[in-house]
Ligand binder design. Structure first.
Ligand SMILES: C[S@@+](CC[C@H](N)C(=O)[O-])C[C@H]1O[C@@H](n2cnc3c(N)ncnc32)[C@H](O)[C@@H]1O
Ligand SMILES: [Zn+2]
Length: 280
């Protein structure tokens, strides 16, 4: 059986063309099955957990290990099932294999589920600036290449991906356009007014914080891509009581610190998102 590091080395060898040095943008090669090196000798080592840290600068993330653990449990409860169905309907099916990059992938469960449900072959990579997220992803899922990196200085070559996913995360549209193959698509998920509304109602009863709008995000997406399809997914699911503190802990807003979680009574939760599909 291959170790996680060996599995990642195989992934990199098969997909070496998608890498480009985040310092100098030159091509890269894999040395000794563990180190990506560019023509100018910038190098990055595979960690023993199988991920690769390709950050070029120090960053502080608002997202810590416990937040990513909470996100994993919430996402594993399949609250986002309808969202996956819609995303899957928009993934290409005519190719023998597709290259997919999840940008701001966090702890990786969305990408793993999409890969599991996709009926074709998928070479999948996830990038996130938060090392804690990538560490969790690498620990749980070994078929995907996990990279610590910044979208503003990404370690990927132009024209590399059929699909770029951007789920509830910050985007970099110029970079997405550079990374897309000619017929590729960006699939961005933006929360809408009903997203986790039962939880927000508990914390911000009647206050103006309670509702929020993402009109500007949607408008910017439409300015960036000449062809855009949008669709909305709204679903309310029954939840178990154990999920309540995890839901409050899955964003960096610190809701869990504001109120005793025992006082929060929820039996269901709404997922309300817009799916934006952009092509060039
Ligand atoms: C709300 S979380 C969503 C994570 C995951 N997509 C999910 O739905 O569970 C936003 C993520 O974007 C990541 N992020 C923020 N800025 C980034 C950047 N410049 N490059 C890469 N990832 C970034 C954060 O570290 C965080 O994991
Ligand atoms: Zn370099």
């Amino acid at each position: 059986m291959l170790s996680k590091k060996e599995k990642s080395a195989v992934w990199i060898q098969r997909n070496i063309d998608v890498f480009s040095c985040p310092h100098c943008q030159s091509d890269m090669t894999l040395k000794e099955n563990k180190t990506l090196v560019c023509h100018n000798n910038h190098s990055f080592d595979l960690a023993k957990q199988g991920y690769m840290n390709m950050l070029t600068h120090q960053v502080n993330s608002m997202y810590d290990q416990s937040l990513f653990e909470a996100r994993k449990k919430v996402i594993d409860a399949m609250l986002y099932e309808q969202m996956y169905e819609e995303i899957l309907r928009h993934l290409p099916t005519e190719k023998a294999s597709i290259n997919v990059l999840d940008t701001g992938c966090g702890e990786g469960t969305h990408l793993q589920k999409l890969k599991d449900f996709y009926t074709g072959e998928m070479a999948a990579a996830g990038i996130d600036i938060a090392k804690e997220g990538i560490l969790a992803a690498a620990k749980n899922y070994s078929e995907i290449m996990w990279i610590v990196g910044d979208l503003a200085k990404s370690p990927f070559a132009s024209n590399s991906f059929d699909v770029i996913l951007n789920i509830l995360s910050p985007a970099n549209y110029d970079e997405f356009k550079r990374l897309l193959k000619p017929n590729g698509k960006v699939i961005k998920i933006v929360p809408q007014s009903g997203y986790l509304k039962e939880l927000r109602e508990q914390f911000y009863a009647q206050s103006e914080k309670e509702a929020y709008s993402n009109d500007k995000t949607v408008a910017r997406f439409k300015e960036s891509f000449p062809h855009v399809d949008t669709l909305r997914v709204t679903a309310t699911k029954k939840i178990s009581t154990e999920l309540v503190p995890l839901l409050a802990h899955m964003t960096p807003m610190g809701w869990h610190q504001e109120q005793k979680m025992d006082d929060v009574k929820l039996t269901e939760i709404t997922i309300d998102v817009e799916i934006l599909i952009g092509t060039l």
